[in-house]
Ligand binder design. Structure first.
Ligand SMILES: C[S@@+](CC[C@H](N)C(=O)[O-])C[C@H]1O[C@@H](n2cnc3c(N)ncnc32)[C@H](O)[C@@H]1O
Length: 281
């Protein structure tokens, strides 16, 4: 299924996956912010604390999307650059936060000199990269000695209730063998040992990995599936490849399950993230 496919990073399939992701993010830039930013913004404080983002720190926000983490770091007085490979994301970030510097660029081949930054953050970017190891190696390269990298990714779908509901509804009522480019497993870095391993391989020391227990509030049970249909890339691709009948059944199943998480003003799901940090020796 979508969560378990793995490609060889040297294969052309990795390029196909990257092109699919780039095209996807270009087209959902506006709706991603509406659907997911209220959620992903919750993790920014912990992410910035992990790299000691403070006054004067040169900080790079990789896969910055609409620029929320970059802007919060700038608010702390850091000297911030945000980079994302989707021009539509960069344009949006620049519109929302005109005082912060944003530019287009690939996380796997960063357009910056060695040792240009003291801190690198990646908020929910790593799980979208075709070659996450290359992105970690690039973060290491652009950091100076003693510089810190921190990233967030989703914990497992069993713990992330909102995602689990949608994935189970697809499994039960749709097809998983739809023609989408294969990418690395979506929940790979939800495994703490995998985070530690990959950071160590790239030369990071003092690695710390922990879980952040956050919750996602949405206005209605239907808003859950809509968020993935409108604001995501991989799950959106999977949903859009279903027949209209299957999609209708997926919607009913997701709505019914989401309704079990009702609160006074809508629905609420546990959405824990994994926060991993390492220091460049
Ligand atoms: C889930 S969004 C996260 C955005 C933002 N960091 C946040 O927390 O809201 C993933 C972002 O990763 C970007 N992205 C994916 N692959 C990338 C790559 N290889 N290089 C740079 N950006 C990439 C996408 O364009 C998208 O903006």
């Amino acid at each position: 299924m979508i969560a378990c496919r793995m490609t060889d990073p040297r294969s052309p399939a990795a390029d196909a996956f990257k092109a699919f992701e780039r095209e996807g993010w270009e087209s959902v830039a506006g709706s991603y912010r509406d659907a997911f930013s209220s959620l992903t913004r919750q993790y920014v404080g912990a992410l910035l604390d992990a790299v000691a983002a403070g006054a004067g720190v040169r900080l790079l926000d990789v896969a910055c999307g609409p620029g929320d983490a970059a802007a919060e770091a700038a608010g702390r007085g850091a000297r911030v650059t945000g980079v994302d490979f989707a021009a539509a994301m960069v344009a949006q970030a620049a519109r929302l936060y005109p005082r912060v510097e944003f530019r287009t660029g690939d996380a796997e081949a960063l357009p910056f000199d060695d040792a240009s930054f003291e801190a690198v953050v990646i908020n929910f970017g790593l799980l979208h990269f075709a070659r996450p190891e290359s992105a970690i190696a690039e973060a290491h390269r652009v950091l100076g000695g003693g510089g810190r990298l921190a990233f967030t990714v989703w914990a497992s779908p069993e713990k992330c209730e909102g995602m689990g509901i949608v994935l189970k509804a697809i499994e039960a009522h749709g097809r998983l063998d739809v023609p989408l480019p294969e990418g690395p497993p979506f929940f790979r870095f939800g495994d703490h040992d995998e985070c530690r391993r990959v950071l160590a391989v790239s030369g990071f020391s003092g690695v710390e990995v922990r879980e952040l227990p956050m919750r996602w509030r949405l206005p209605s049970p239907d808003a859950l599936l809509d968020a993935f249909l409108e604001g995501g890339v991989r799950t959106r691709g999977l949903l859009r490849a279903q027949t209209p009948e299957a999609l209708a059944a997926i919607r009913v199943a997701a709505r019914n399950e989401a309704a079990r998480h009702a609160r006074e003003d809508g629905v609420e799901f546990a959405m824990p993230a994994v926060l991993a940090t390492g220091v460049k020796a």
